[in-house]
Design a protein around this ligand. Structure first.
Ligand code: XMP
Length: 507
């Protein structure tokens, strides 16, 4: 295992993902984690991430410098390298020569980190400060026109620093450099694969669940489906899946989920139809946070009822992913939204949680899903929020508005699929800003109708996102069809906001 020490970098997560892509398990810890915790986790190597600060400013993020005496190989990236140099007696300076973007560097191929790489490389730089004097015991192993020390190493102590970012795609040899550090520097083996993830998860579930019955909320998305299959692999028929139709699903979704699941798997499945119950609770509610809380609470109440009708089930499976875990664990993130599978859980909930995906990123969940034989329509389904269309109707949720949004959303999905874009896009959907009415003209008559907004975003893990530059002809087809086929709509707009400052869902 490799620990990525997070100094507040944009890229810490990406570093952890890249290490995992090298088939070595990695986790992120905050820079101020106590050294005892690092030692207790027994990592085979540490990677110090970049960060926005300069080592010389007051309160610059610093980890315990005794990490350099642990005998564990360490790779410092950007700020991480500067921190290493500073802590070990080297010199950092603000040379006035910033480097941003792709930069040519000369590497010393005799270095462990650059073993077997051509000496001239293009790398991605993003820094103002530079190491100008390496610490005693180190030697310089790369340089660029502006940066005298673009890389340094002390192989005897297993300490390496690079000023550039190997984790981004703009550093073509980045993965080779990481592999050299992991395999040659730390002695890791590339054994973290979908198969080993499944084995580890199944073993852990067996221990956690023992002989007890377990229920799992199934949403139709890849996360809950993979979580359910892992638990089923571990405890077989002791698992019952519960699919709650809260009436906030997309067109024909409830039937599709049930069919797919029954067709492909022999897992106990209960389908609860609770449409009226949720709509009643949502009557008159406009505030997004209230909607989310109501739906989250109601969900758990439904599960509790199912559980008590069974044989007093105490364990509930959830598809929480690693990004959710690090967000709550390492940062004082402001609460933006109450996610229904995280913050929307009532405090008096009766269940203990089993979260078999809490160490995985979305792409790893998909790989595990494929390994487990999940059909493509589930593995590659775009994410859909737990509170469903309720957070895509801006204003009160009513049966009529749901019907209208469902039809519009279905057209978006159909056209995106027809254009062959569905898999490449993180999410694409329709939003109904229900309080907006505007004037139009149809067949020589005035209309006063609803607006539909189209949202399509690209993203790696939903933390940041950009709006997709959909081809105009696709947008035109979506707009024409919605206006012709969905009664009551006389205007279609395209949402061109990225996250941040917007979020993906409108509520
Ligand atoms: P935002 O809107 O915060 O969404 O940019 C980020 C990602 O999370 C999804 N999302 C949710 N997923 N329960 C979920 O399971 C929720 O309450 C929830 N709210 C948002 C959203 O679709 C996007 O993929």
């Amino acid at each position: 295992m490799i620990l990525v020490v997070d100094f507040g970098a944009q890229y810490s997560r990406l570093i952890a993902r890249r290490v995992r892509e090298c088939k070595v398990y990695s986790e992120i810890i905050p820079f101020n984690a106590p050294i005892d915790e690092i030692v207790a986790r027994a990592p085979k190597g540490l990677i110090l991430s970049g960060g926005p600060a300069s080592v010389y400013v007051d309160n610059a993020p610093a980890c315990d410098p005794r990490i350099f005496e642990l005998g564990i190989p360490i790779l410092g990236i950007c700020y991480g390298m500067q921190f290493m140099a500073h802590a070990l007696g080297g010199e950092i300076a603000h040379t006035g020569l910033s480097e941003y973007g792709q930069t040519d560097v000369s590497l010393e191929s005799a270095s462990l980190l650059f073993k077997a790489l051509p000496p001239e490389q293009t790398v991605w730089m993003s820094h103002r400060d530079s190491v100008v004097e390496v610490p005693v015991g180190f030697r310089k192993t790369a340089s660029s026109a502006c940066t005298k020390v673009a890389a340094m190493e002390d192989p005897d102590r297993g300490l390496f620093g690079i000023q550039f970012h190997p984790e981004v795609v703009h550093t073509p040899a980045g993965m080779d450099i990481l592999k050299n550090f992991l395999y040659e520097g730390c002695g890791c083996l590339p054994t973290w694969t979908s198969v080993s993830m499944i084995e580890d998860a199944v073993a852990a579930i067996k221990v956690q669940a023992g002989d007890e019955p377990v229920i799992c909320g199934l949403s139709g998305g890849v996360d809950s489906a993979v979580a359910a299959l892992l638990v089923h692999k571990a405890i077989g028929d002791k698992l019952t899946c519960v699919f709650v139709d809260h009436g906030l699903l997309r067109k024909e979704e409830a039937g599709q989920v049930e069919n797919t699941f029954r067709k492909h798997f022999r897992i106990n499945l209960i389908h609860i139809k609770a449409v009226d119950r949720f709509l009643d609770k949502l009557k008159g509610v406009i505030d997004p946070e209230k909607k989310r809380k109501i739906i989250g609470h109601e969900f758990i109440r439904v599960f509790e009822e199912v559980a008590s009708e069974m044989q007093d089930v105490k364990l509930l499976v959830q598809g929480t992913l690693y990004p959710d875990v690090i967000e709550s664990g390492t940062r004082d993130a402001a609460k933006i939204k109450t996610h229904h599978n995280v913050g929307g859980i009532p405090l008096d909930m009766q269940f203990k949680l089993i979260e078999p995906l809490r160490l995985l990123f979305k792409d790893e969940v998909r790989a595990v899903g494929e390994e487990l034989g999940l059909p493509e329509e589930i593995v590659w389904r775009q994410p859909f929020p737990g509170p469903g269309l309720a957070v895509r109707i801006i204003g009160e949720v009513t049966a009529d508005r749901l019907e209208l949004l469902r039809e519009a959303d279905d057209i978006v999905a159909e056209e995106i699929k027809r254009a062959g874009l569905y898999r490449a896009i993180w999410q694409s959907f329709a939003v109904l800003p229900a309080e907006i009415k505007s004037v139009g003209v149809m067949g020589d008559a005035r209309t006063y109708g609803s607006t539909i907004a189209i949202r399509a975003v690209s993203s790696e893990d939903a933390m940041t996102a950009d709006w997709v530059r959909l081809p105009y002809d696709v947008l035109a087809r979506i707009s024409n069809r919605i206006m012709n086929e969905v009664p009551g709509v006389n205007r279609v707009v395209y949402d061109i906001s990225s996250k941040p400052p917007s979020t993906i869902e409108w509520e």
